[in-house]
Design a protein around this ligand. Sequence first.
Ligand SMILES: NC(=O)c1ccc[n+]([C@@H]2O[C@H](COP(=O)([O-])OP(=O)(O)OC[C@H]3O[C@@H](n4cnc5c(N)ncnc54)[C@H](OP(=O)(O)O)[C@@H]3O)[C@@H](O)[C@H]2O)c1
Length: 238
Amino acid sequence: MPSILVTGANRGLGLEFVRQYAADGWRVYACCRDPGAAAGLCDIAGKSGGRVSIHTLSLVDPASIRALAQGLDGQPIDVLVNNAGTYGLKGFADGGMQAQAFGSMEYDGWEHAFAINTMAPLRVIEALIGNVARSDQKKIFTVSSSMGSIAEPPGGHLAYGSTKAAVNFVMSTLAMELRDRGITVMSLHPGWVETDMGGSTAPLKPAQSIAGLRKVIANASLATTGQFIGWDGKRVPW
Ligand SMILES: NC(=O)c1ccc[n+]([C@@H]2O[C@H](COP(=O)([O-])OP(=O)(O)OC[C@H]3O[C@@H](n4cnc5c(N)ncnc54)[C@H](OP(=O)(O)O)[C@@H]3O)[C@@H](O)[C@H]2O)c1
């Protein structure tokens, strides 16, 4: 049975990753900050016959990431998905754009976003690389965003976009460094999706986005390692 670990599994795209892979018979390690408040996730886990387990993980706490790795005790992870992310201390859907616009940047929000969107994915990969290396599929992904594109910047979103551009650099570098170990590494763009982050006017539903990303993940290989791919299978400009 293939296995996947997903961060930010309690809501939004992370919860949809869990729902779809669990329905497909995968072993799912679902990570979130507060399992006690994750009713939807607990429901899926409760009906999974033990195939979906829930793990406490705070991404701003290195000890929490180390504890996750210790708890997994070397179990193989075929697919590692760094999904958790934040727009900043003020959400995009809550008018947070002004807090990261030129001339009104709130720098503490930028630091917060950098810790979660850029540093935490690398910490998680460092902590779990042995689990991935021990698996059959050996694939690592970070859910980035086209808002991090340097070639085609969206305008504004200075904090969020720069943390995603930076994590793309991390993933591109790891793709080179882990290739010899047979590990595929890619950045993903989920599209603009109706979640707490994306807001209610987003054109895509989580089910569509994740169905597309699951195809991208299934097709990913050492031949495509290092790419930045959207939910529709198309390459996203760096
Ligand atoms: N939705 C879109 O349109 C869109 C577009 C492009 C990229 N993305 C990316 O897709 C990913 C998922 O986004 P989403 O739309 O599902 O967002 P969301 O609904 O806001 O969910 C964000 C998830 O990240 C978790 N998280 C945030 N800070 C955390 C921390 N310090 N420790 C642990 N978990 C933390 C949240 O947990 P809590 O519930 O505990 O806060 C939640 O599970 C993100 O990386 C986002 O940047 C989304």
